[in-house]
Design a protein around this ligand. Structure first.
Ligand code: NDP
Length: 410
């Protein structure tokens, strides 16, 4: 049998975790090649992995905006799979290169055009036919959210419900990095997401809200009550399509007051703009400048303390009776750093990316075309989560119980 070759594109916080975790499962991933725009970042990751695991990986420079360059890279490396953990802007070029070269593809975030802060699967789903024709598979959104949250929904549907009526996806990061303002993953992608209008789905239609208009206080196990704001998040688009009986889905993320105050000021002075402006005769994009000024998310690892808790809260019907469950995963920033030199936000994204790719290489999740996570049997993925460092829990609640704290109790 030919040795497998795994090509990872992107050497940021998430790329670091994927590279570490693939090296820790090197029997499955075979030879690992780490490619990114800045080769020196790949070299640092490869050196750390060599010291910690003894695994040696090849590093390569690539411009993932260029399909010819990507084709050349895939051809030179004879990759069996491409794990895309660069930025969402590169999804389509990498997918197209995979189609041309007949190689399986996986990512963790849906395509975004650099000039429009709009998240949708349309252009990636439209490539389904081409993936089928090329006899290859694309797995979309194999991070935590999207990713594990989709798998949690599929698991709830398979084991706990005949019909799920409502889902709240709850994303809590109670970590503290000590900076007045920093983002836990790529600043540009993060700020575009949280400054956009909110949206949720109810009774067959999308309902739009102003950014951060809806706040609820959820009581997160092992963390406590936290202000949580309704955002639009990409996994809702596929869950609405694939979870039967669903009539409401919302997504909440926690934010502290300091983060929100900074965001408001930056927005008011135009620093979140994504259109070029003229500055001393030069064109600059305010959001890109801000991204350069903010701490590199990869540098937050050694300073971040505290926990994350991400899960799904689902209500529905089983055997004719109402049922409520909460499936969640708690990670500790310092423990993640100890293991792979990254904080929990990168860890909880990188581990599921590795697991998705592992199941594809093993043929446990297989198919031809473009797939979202909830289309596959959730059980093998759930098992791997526990084995690979993301153990989860299920809490069964009374039909009318929930974890929402009335504000006066906080
Ligand atoms: P980073 O900004 O830390 O890393 C991105 C990496 O991609 C950098 O190494 C960057 O290179 C590289 N890159 C950017 N453009 C190109 C290009 N044109 N060609 C080659 N390489 C390029 O981001 P993160 O690691 O935090 O995030 C990675 C991905 O994970 C993003 O898509 C993000 O949206 C996604 N994500 C998903 C989550 C989930 O739960 N599903 C949660 C968090 C993140 P350089 O170093 O030169 O800038």
């Amino acid at each position: 049998m030919m040795n497998k070759k795994t090509l990872i594109i992107g050497a940021g916080g998430v790329g670091n975790v994927v590279a570490f975790k693939c090296a820790m499962n090197s029997k499955i991933f075979g030879d690992i090649i780490l490619a990114s725009r800045t080769k020196s970042k790949c070299d640092i990751i490869a050196q750390n992995i060599k010291e910690q695991t003894g695994i040696i990986m090849q590093t390569v420079q690539v411009d993932a905006d260029s399909i010819p360059k990507l084709k050349e890279l895939i051809s030179n490396t004879s990759a069996s799979i491409v794990i895309n953990v660069a930025l969402p802007y590169q999804d389509l070029t990498i997918m197209d290169a995979c189609i041309h070269m007949g190689v399986d593809y996986l990512d963790t975030a849906n395509y975004e055009h650099p000039d429009t802060a709009k998240f949708e699967y349309r252009e990636q789903w439209e490539r389904d036919e081409e993936f089928r024709k090329a006899d290859i598979m694309a797995l979309l959104g194999s991070g935590f959210d999207p990713g594990v949250t989709n798998v949690f929904c599929a698991y709830a549907q398979k084991h706990y419900f005949d019909e799920i009526h409502s889902i709240d996806i709850l994303d809590c990061n109670a970590g503290d990095h000590g900076y007045p303002f920093a983002t836990n993953f790529n600043p540009e992608i993060n700020l575009r997401e949280v400054s956009a209008k909110g949206r949720y789905w109810q009774d067959g239609k999308w309902i739009e809200t102003a950014p951060m208009e809806i706040k609820m206080v959820w009581d997160y196990p092992e963390i406590g009550p936290k202000d949580s704001y309704l955002l639009y998040h990409e996994e809702m688009e596929s869950l609405v399509k694939y979870i039967k009986g669903l009539n409401k889905i919302r997504f909440f993320m926690t934010f502290g007051q300091s983060y929100l105050d900074h965001m408001r000021c930056l927005k008011n002075v135009g620093m979140l703009g994504i259109k070029p402006i003229k500055h001393k005769g030069q064109e600059i994009i305010p959001m890109e400048l801000l991204s350069t000024l903010l701490p590199d998310p990869a540098s937050l690892g050694p300073r971040t303390k505290g926990k994350t808790n991400i899960g799904i809260f689902a209500k529905g019907i089983k055997d004719g009776k109402p049922k409520t469950i909460y499936i969640y995963q708690i990670s500790d920033h310092e423990k993640c750093y100890e293991e792979v030199l990254s904080q929990a936000v990168s860890y909880t994204t990188g581990v599921p990316a590795m697991i998705g790719a592992k199941l594809m290489l093993e043929g446990i999740w297989s198919g031809k075309g473009v797939f979202n996570m909830e289309l596959f049997d959730p059980d093998p993925f759930m098992e791997e989560l526990t084995i690979q460092g993301l153990p989860w829990k299920v809490m069964e609640l009374g039909a009318n119980e929930d974890l929402v704290v009335p504000e006066e109790r906080v």
